[in-house]
Design a protein around this ligand. Structure first.
Ligand SMILES: [Ca+2]
Length: 105
């Protein structure tokens, strides 16, 4: 079996992770199946981004405020993608800064 193109696989994972969490809670709690409520944001941050700091409700509030560009109290897919993009950019900066001679090959 041929390998899946890795970037397309990563994109599929990003989309799937968002929708798994966005549709987790009842609509009354989440505000919609296509957005992340604060509770869903907490879960995705802990489970999928490894951010244990969101156990602190002040840190979770801070993250929500940072991500919620349209100020509707939810994180939509575009806002989530900006978060992921910033995290990828930070990882790249780390590689370029500290691992200048590093090679994946
Ligand atoms: Ca929003």
């Amino acid at each position: 079996m041929a390998n899946k193109p890795r970037v397309m696989e990563a994109i599929g994972t990003l989309v799937q992770v968002f929708h798994e969490h966005a549709s987790k809670h009842k609509e009354s709690e989440s505000g919609g199946q296509f957005t992340l409520s604060k509770a869903e944001l907490k879960e995705i941050a802990k489970e999928e981004m490894g951010l244990d700091s969101v156990k602190d409700s002040a840190k979770l509030d801070e993250l929500m405020k940072e991500l919620d560009d349209d100020l509707d109290g939810q994180v939509n897919f575009k806002e989530y993608l900006e978060w992921v993009t910033n995290a990828a950019s930070a990882a790249n900066n780390f590689l370029e800064t500290y691992l200048g001679g590093f090679s994946f090959n």
